[in-house]
Ligand binder design. Structure first.
Ligand code: CU
Length: 692
């Protein structure tokens, strides 16, 4: 080895670079780029910890022997930002040099002293409160940093750069228009002068894409469309002569990962639109429900792997893709893994997108009207959630994963929200396990027709959970080299739609819980070693950092509107020197679907939707009236809602239609009976009218 090469090698080892083949010569922000390429330690400078999205911290002051002593070091309430029924609080804080940066569901950003929780600056987004393109709760999954700036995507489809010292806006680039159905909920990724952003709108007939922006100026460098035009790679997977490629969804819910040595950026792609109606989009429908790799500099296509062909179940790839290195059959391998809503972890070779352990294409049940795909990929290994629905009274059809459906409601597990929804899994190189959040829930799938209308919901069906069906969750350690379950722990509430996991060299896995607790588990066994009640739904992913020699674990606690956990605006940090005790538990989220519990309003002939700052609910939820009563449904919220009959999964025997903010519709109930209803754009909202 020449002296020069040796010096470079020593420098790389000193920096502990993950990608040792890479010698970065010029970078726009050499320090951040070095941290992004290194194992995560004192600082946590990007959503997934570093470019791998592993969420693995090398800090080990807190370990399996002392984690029981953890207490609150500080707790800060973010002045009511993102506090309310329309919000979820899923962001992972970033920490650099003792300063924490956090964004709320209202896209407001706060800088806090990471040692004390004191405010350093705040930037209120001022975003339009009447945005109608938010499908699934107001949410922002986090920030990126580089070149003295913080970067965020907003629900109004702007990507914004802030001065990291003051919070002052440096640039703002509209990557789309919210009125056309677009928004951003994912945390961007910064690397080597480029900001990569996903986009949402998969339920609004949009055209998904990854957008790369110049970090300095905000100028759009390139866009790569997840819906190929005719003639593009994958264009043949859509019906010829149609414009589905402009409205077929395939949005990006989470932060990409990046391998600088291979020069590739990786991301997971969401569902096709209309979600539940495959009849009008014959073909595999690339790149819906896929993992995609592009050349990081130019956005040129490198490879893809589609997890679900011609998806009609909303089984998209929503959780972030994660890079890891391992050894299989004595060979070092470069892996990428993604936890799907199907309940499987898809483990691939990140150089070429081929399965690393094995994924079989198997023939599946057919429904010609839905133009179903002939085969579906079945990963070798274990699914983390049950993949067959139990029969339920009132439903004629129930089946397992990929069970077909048309207009007759059909029970299927996993549900269309997973398996694993948006929440990130983590990977611990010491155990070789992924730590995967799972939702256990049934969907009653039914298709109906839908017309594309600009900026409006475009679902083509529903997947509401049957009234009275059970909903729960689990945490699973999956062995990365076999895709088999190493350990699994059931939990009472759904996880995987809000918070994910992080893991440490101290042998621990940290995650939040909808009941409000933050939990530490033994990374080897899954045994719960510590829990602490934060006082609010703890449905964000924890992160780990160090200030002045002390290790901290931090989590945002503000609830998740889809799960129904308690709202809040808190950030907690825990350390071995912490003095703060737990708070009282908030009301738990529902573990059974529907309006089954709660008071009945006698004689109430008005129902408000989204009233009282609880956007995704009916008030009263249950009412009892005499036959012949006319009930007036009024949208008192910000978002368009409906009240639509839900009879054992069949919808629409009566319907208010879409009510915009302030609009009302009266429905007369002539016959005695029990009338359940849902909101079709938000099928987790339930109401009940009992007619005597
Ligand atoms: Cu609604």
């Amino acid at each position: 080895m020449s002296r020069c090469v040796r010096l470079v090698a020593q420098t790389l080892i000193a920096f502990g670079l993950l990608f040792p083949g890479l010698a970065e010569v010029r970078a726009a922000d050499p320090e951040i780029d070095r941290l992004l390429q290194s194992p995560t330690g004192k600082d946590w400078v990007t959503n997934g910890g570093n470019l791998t999205n592993q969420r693995y911290s090398t800090l080990k002051q807190i370990d399996t022997s002392n984690v029981k002593q953890l207490k609150g070091a500080w707790m800060t309430r973010l002045k009511g930002s993102g506090f309310g029924g329309k919000y979820s609080f899923e962001a992972t804080p970033l920490v650099k040099d003792g300063i924490m940066y956090i964004v709320t569901g209202n896209d407001d950003v706060f800088a806090l002293n990471a040692k004390t929780g004191e405010f350093l600056w705040e930037r209120w987004s001022g975003i339009d409160q009447k945005i109608t393109s938010v499908c699934c709760g107001w949410d922002n999954r986090g920030l990126a940093m580089g070149e003295g700036m913080l970067f965020l995507g907003q629900l109004d489809a702007n990507v914004v750069a802030l001065d990291i010292k003051t919070g002052r806006e440096v640039w703002k680039t509209p990557i789309e228009v919210w009125q056309d159905g677009y928004g951003v909920t994912s945390a961007p990724l910064y690397y080597d002068g480029i900001v990569y952003s996903g986009i949402t709108g998969g339920e609004y007939g949009v055209r998904g894409r990854l957008t790369a922006l110049d970090a300095k100026t905000g100028k759009i460098l390139w866009r790569w469309y997840t819906l190929p035009a005719p003639g593009d790679v994958g264009g043949e997977s859509w019906p010829a002569g149609t414009d589905h490629y402009l409205h077929g969804g395939a949005t990006i819910w989470n932060t990409p990962a990046l391998d600088p040595e291979l020069g590739l950026v990786y991301f997971s792609v969401g569902n096709c639109g209309p979600d539940y109606d495959g009849s009008i989009r014959e073909g595999d429908n690339l790149f819906c429900a896929s993992v995609v790799a592009l050349k990081a500099k130019t956005g040129e296509y490198a490879w893809h792997f589609q997890e679900v062909h011609h998806d009609i179940w909303d089984y998209d790839a929503a959780s972030p893709a994660l890079l890891f290195d391992t050894v299989i059959n004595g060979q070092p391998r470069k892996g990428i893994a993604q936890a799907g809503r199907t309940g499987w972890v898809y483990i691939l070779d990140r150089t070429n997108g081929k399965p690393l352990i094995g994924i079989e294409e198997r023939a599946v049940q057919q429904e010609p009207r839905q133009k179903t795909a002939k085969t579906q990929p079945y990963p070798i290994g274990d699914a983390i959630v049950p993949q067959c629905a139990k029969p339920l009274e009132g439903y004629e059809r129930a089946g397992c994963i990929f069970e077909v459906f048309w207009e007759e409601p059909t029970l299927v597990q996993p549900s269309g929200i997973g398996g694993t929804n948006w929440s990130p899994m983590s990977y611990n190189p010491d155990t070789g396990f992924f730590y995967v959040p799972g939702t256990i829930r049934t969907s009653a799938f039914a298709r109906y027709g839908d017309q594309y209308k600009k900026g409006k919901q475009y679902n083509g069906g529903t997947q509401a959970a049957p009234i009275g069906s059970e909903m729960s969750g689990n945490w699973t350690g999956i062995t990365a080299t076999t895709n088999k379950i190493a350990w699994q722990k059931n939990v009472p509430y759904r996880v995987g739609s809000g918070g994910g996991s992080s893991t440490t060299a101290g042998g621990l896995v940290f995650h939040g819980d909808p009941s409000g607790t933050i939990v530490a588990r033994d990374a080897k066994t899954g045994e719960m070693l510590w829990q602490f009640q934060t006082g609010f739904g703890a449905e964000a992913t924890p992160m780990i950092y160090e200030v002045d020699g002390d290790q901290y674990v931090a989590i945002a606690a503000g609830g998740n509107q889809g799960v129904g956990s308690a709202n809040g605006d808190a950030v907690w940090a825990f350390s071995l020197k912490g003095q703060l005790n737990p708070l009282w538990p908030p009301p738990p989220p529902p573990a059974v679907a529907g309006p089954a519990s709660g008071p009945i309003a006698e004689g109430a002939d008005t129902v408000k939707i989204g009233d009282n700052n609880i956007e995704f609910g009916y008030f009263p939820k249950r009412t009892r009236v005499k036959a012949g009563t006319a009930i007036t449904f009024t949208n008192a919220g910000d978002t368009p809602h409906t009240a639509t009959a839900f009879d054992n999964g069949k919808i629409g025997s009566w319907d208010t239609g879409v009510l915009n903010s302030g609009e009302s519709k009266t429905v007369t109930f002539d016959k005695p009976g029990n009338y359940y209803y849902i909101c079709t754009p938000h099928p987790w909202m339930y109401g009940q009218v009992i007619v005597e």
